[in-house]
Design a binder for this molecule. Structure first.
Ligand code: KG4
Ligand code: ZN
Length: 377
């Protein structure tokens, strides 16, 4: 991204850290968006048996993973710590205990080395992810500002208008559950474990999306907000209504699927539930994204966040972009889910403008992107 490079001054290479939730990630990023290395350590197995993320476990794992991951990332990038110009870290929003691990580590490294550091808003990172590149991924030709982005994960479902770097207008958001959270809760209800979004996606591929008519909330209303909790409850009620024999069969098939990973021998019912649920979520997300981009008069759209891994959502956005003649940027999964490379890119642009954080910086649990007031141009 040459237009970033020209704005980024003397800061050539950053070492970035991301520990806002349950993924530990470290990256070395260059000022034009090139990712020299990005390594992440997930914790799904540690949280699965609790059916959700346990903050205390998440922070403890970050403390174990962070420094070895940093050493390995520097080695893969082929640079030494001395070669790094500045440090970047997610400081908001997120789980405070998790954020603290990254932030305290970076403060210590900055103090010991005399390097500058910058605390980054995690959501700004997600919006910068499409500009990253490496040997396997490049942004689509002509991709630049302005764009409309759908950031959709286990914690967020928000539509942003991004006219230029540093300017973020929230067009709409979920009023209750995030889409990923709805996927995960429904998956849990079906006996598919946690986090189950990806399993719903796999099973949906062999199911009938029109077997159950699940609600698509608020689609006729004149705003860009979304809601998924009604869908979640409706779908759970459908499962509860099943006669005992079918409920037992559903549970058995979910167990088999978890054990073998094979969806071929599944009852139609489990796959049909998944396909119908997924169709309802994707209908809402795709319709909202189209409406928002159309109303902004913007012809570039971005899909980012963990749920951007969903194959039906990707397919639908590709069809939408082709039908409207729009440019679609969907970063690869490694840059869609929580990762340090996106934090590094956001930081390198800001550092290049002379921003830096003080040693007194504290983590913030909540930090809506449209309320960032940092005087950027
Ligand atoms: O961005 P992410 O890794 O972490 C945050 O929540 O910030 O997103 C994880 C979310 C989980 O809710 C997970 O179930 C969902 O993304 N997810 C999926 C798929 N892959 C991950 N949801 C639907 N289909 C998928 N293929
Ligand atoms: Zn995230």
């Amino acid at each position: 991204m040459s237009n970033f490079a020209s704005r980024s001054g003397a800061v050539q290479t950053v070492l970035a850290f991301e520990t806002s939730c349950d993924d530990t990630s470290v990256a070395v990023v260059e000022r034009d968006g090139r990712v020299r290395a990005c390594l992440s350590a997930g914790q799904d197995l540690h949280h699965a048996r609790f059916g959700g993320i346990v903050p205390e476990i998440a922070s403890r794992n970050h403390t174990h993973h962070l420094l070895p991951l940093m050493e390995e990332t520097l080695a893969r990038a082929g640079v030494s710590f001395q070669d790094i110009d500045a440090l970047a870290v997610t400081s908001r929003p997120g789980l405070v205990g998790s954020l603290l691990v990254g932030l305290m580590t970076v403060k210590g490294l900055a103090l010991a080395s005399g390097k500058k550091f910058l605390g980054v808003n995690h959501l700004e990172g997600h919006l910068m992810a499409p500009f990253l590149y490496d040997d396997q991924y490049q942004p689509p030709d002509g991709f630049d500002f302005p764009f409309v982005a759908l950031a959709v994960s286990g914690g967020h479902t928000t539509l942003y208008h991004v006219p230029s770097f540093g300017h973020y207008q929230i067009l709409g958001r979920t009023r209750d559950d995030a889409a990923g959270e709805a996927f995960d809760k429904f998956a849990k209800r079906l006996g598919l474990g946690f986090p189950g979004g990806v399993r719903v996606d796999r099973l949906a591929a062999v199911g009938q999306p029109d077997r159950f008519n699940f609600p698509r909330a608020m689609l006729r209303e004149d705003h860009d907000d979304m809601s998924f909790s009604g869908l979640k409850s409706h779908a759970a009620r459908e499962v509860e209504k099943l006669p005992e024999a079918q409920a037992a069969e559903l549970a058995r098939h979910a167990k088999d699927f978890l054990a073998s990973g094979s969806r071929d021998a599944q009852s139609g019912l489990l796959a049909d539930f998944c396909a119908s649920f997924q169709a309802a979520v994707v209908d809402v997300l795709a319709a909202r994204l189209e409406r928002a981009a159309e109303r902004q008069g913007v012809h570039r759209i971005v899909l980012t966040g963990g749920v951007a891994a969903n194959s039906e959502l990707r397919r639908r956005c590709e069809t939408l972009a082709a039908r409207r003649g729009w440019t679609l940027a969907v970063p690869p999964l490694r840059y869609c889910t929580d990762n340090a490379a996106m934090i590094g890119l956001a930081a390198i642009i800001r550092l290049g403008r002379g921003e830096a954080s003080p040693q007194s910086l504290s983590p913030q649990a909540k930090a809506p992107l449209d309320q960032e007031d940092r005087g950027v141009g």
